[in-house]
Design a protein around this ligand. Sequence first.
Ligand SMILES: Cc1ncc(COP(=O)(O)O)c(C=O)c1O
Length: 413
Amino acid sequence: MLQLDSHPTGRHFLQIPGPSPVPDRILRALSLPTIDHRGPEFGALGRKVLAGIRQVFKTQHPVVIYPASGTGAWEAALSNTLSPGDHVLMFETGHFASLWQKMAARLGISTEFLVYGGTDADLPQAPGWRHGVQADLIEARLRKDTGKKIKAVCVVHNETSTGVTSDIASVRRAIDAAGHPALLMVDSISGLASADFRHDEWGVDVTISGSQKGLMLPPGISFNAISPRALDAMKSATLPRSFWAWDEIVEMNKDGYWPYTPNTNLLYGLSESLDMLLGEGLDNVFARHQRWGAGVRAAVNAWGLPIQCADPAVYSPVLTGVITPEGIDADAVRRLIHQRFDLSLGTGLGKLKGRMFRMGHLGDSNDLTLVAMVAGVEMGLKLSGVKLAGSGVQASMDYFAGHAAPAALQKAA
Ligand SMILES: Cc1ncc(COP(=O)(O)O)c(C=O)c1O
């Protein structure tokens, strides 16, 4: 008899917004033999990935790679730059911004949480969770801080719980306009390598990221990109840190090594991922995700369901959140889609539990896998009794057919 837990035929549709589907090329690289992490071959690998990852962050400065999930890299950013009791300004864009705020509070940092000022189209239980960071509120708050007590401004670039990509350059302009010395720390765990990101140009002091989203790797490594100002802040920061401490890592990274045992096989994968992303060109990578996002949103609009992000200017190229009609449990819809079609969607997190689901459009995907995802969701919505205004599958097909990918046009020429 068929075991219910046996692996179904065909590929599982991993359409959560990370971990993202891992390309076969990367899976093969991960399976290379583990080598001596103090030997010469490892040094060459270390130097290669440390140089390559700087290009992805668009920085000339050090990027530290931790054998940890993104949460670890959040803690590293805070503990290397701040002291107990320091005051930081954060912005509530969604669940991940809230988790980072909770972590900061647990570390003994005094946190202040700004929230979107408007009321338009917000779900009442989650005010602000349909919008991006509002730089004017940050500027106004910093201007009031005449004693310069605020040590850092912390924002999430791509809020994975909602599908909103905030304008980080505008936050830097706000800090500068207020003439404030606060550090700018940005979580781009799900933005990096999918959405445009420029650590140096946008004057970010610490960028936090992870392996399992745009880099198309399994979970398990995470990053801090560090500006000279942040390295300087480390010298006087007194929060306890040991494993996360940048100084020893940055020093040993100069030769391609780590003070502890690094995640060798994930670094093989990172090396392959960098070859793929930099080979394609980051601008092409960003354009590809923008196009994917537009094709998936065409489906949601055709269904007549609201997109979680209420501001088209900040639609995420990485994922699209879909609000289910009142009385329809979004998690029940997700479960049904998983059982019937072997397709995993992201759940509504925190305050959005049961009210929405998330469709990922990142990682090893293409037009046809995304149309298949849309088909699975459309069937699941109908089976759950949701009345749809029209066919999302048709709308996605029309979008992708009508907007050829530049790479496909090149091949045809
Ligand atoms: C924006 C964002 N921040 C932080 C995290 C936490 O990272 P991790 O689960 O890798 O610890 C995630 C995970 O999805 C995320 O999407």
